[in-house]
Design a protein around this ligand. Sequence first.
Ligand code: KIV
Ligand code: ZN
Length: 515
Amino acid sequence: MTSQDYVKIFDTTLRDGEQSPGASMNIEEKLQIARVLEQLGVDIIEAGFPIASNGDFEAVDAVSRQASDKVVICGLARSGNADIDRAGEALKHAKRPRIHTFISTSPIHMKYKLQMEPEDVLDAVYSSVARARDWVDDVEWSCEDGTRTDHDFMCRTVEAAIKAGATTINIPDTVGYTLPEEYTEIITMLLNRVPNIDKAILSTHCHNDLGLAVANSLAGVRAGVRQVECTINGLGERAGNAALEEVVMALNTRQDLMPFQTGINTTEIMKASRMVSTITGFVVQNNKAIVGANAFAHEAGIHQDGMLKNSDTYEIMTPESVGLSESKLVMGKHSGRHAFREKLKELGFDLGQNAVEDVFRRFKDLADKKKNVYDEDIIALVDDEAVRGNDTVKFVSLRIACGSEEPPQADLVLEIDGEQASASTSGDGPVDATFNAIKQLIPVQPHLQLYQVHAVTHGTDAQAEVTVRLEQDGRTTNGQGADTDTMVASARAYVAAVNKLILKMEKSAPSALSA
Ligand code: KIV
Ligand code: ZN
């Protein structure tokens, strides 16, 4: 394989993906996702926008420290010195740092957003890239709103960015407006007209407002780009970005027309998808390509008949190739710690000793209640326990009385800062009663933005996995909880989101919690 056949995968789940309203993640969650992205084999992780907030800066710094030398860690910066220096600082501990700097180049953005003349924008392109090169050797430059930019002007900015030292040139379809033929034309035009274009790799960054992000990215690859910017599950601003799993599987499946390689280990795709969905609370729709629950389900009798005769009749890729396997029965209630630890390893989890003990205890409880325990059950328990370490609020117990005869009543016990506290409340339903009880005891008063439940496996004894999104004073957090009892799972999810909210509020305004 030559470098001409290799398409770099630049994942921006932690930056553009996090810009989806409600998808905010804390540092521990970003580190978890970064670990999964490395296992997946992405070439570049865009870890955040360091000047945007202290949290973003800390996340880029933490991901930089954690990452190996197999992956490039990237921080985003506008064209000003302060942005670039903040990105440079945040990336100081990355083994392979990249600064990604951008400025708008379309007439509409220059006039209304930047209020700058094109010649001043051109100067800013050169000076921002040159300043980024003072920090790192690997600099990417993007012309924001590239697909609505005048072609002559785009050629001049791209040439200037390369002259100043950019080694990757990204052409974003920021507003998801372009069509594949137009995108092909832009890339071909740049390759033909920019004199120093051979000194840089071209990149796509396509938004999905018209549902064309993946098609446009692939058109870019076929025209000559060798980096695709994308996100897990297509998360991102508005309608999202090109979905990593769709771009990669399209390239893998259509080698006849697109004979390119990526470094992605496709069998890790489902795990990454599931983790991003669980952490952000963004459910993957059932009919989503590659990672949706129905992506490999064959319902119609005529399809099932064909599949039984030869799976190639209706299956263009195998479920195993994206990491989907038959639900596997895990050990039962007599299984020991050692086997359980091996199972966690097999599922790709690398937990500390205390976390293993906590999940093992929950597994034993579950095995007492549930006849069959599957891999999915273990994954849900790990998701639930993952960030429990220093929680201020801990779930202890819940008793619910509900039904058609009386108003629902919740009797709840929590542990708050090591002290047990209890509350008994009613509500419009059992969930409302439970959440009212929690709100009576906690030091924050959030609004519920999202409540969703899904069954982890089949059967009426399946665990419920609940996701809760809370908001207070513009800060949003997600929490997950799993249990065979949906109300207990709901309480655990709410408490998990509360703990993250408390941390966020303490960081930004310690006094807000002491009142
Ligand atoms: O969509 C966009 O233009 C961006 C840039 C910052 C690359 O996200
Ligand atoms: Zn974007």
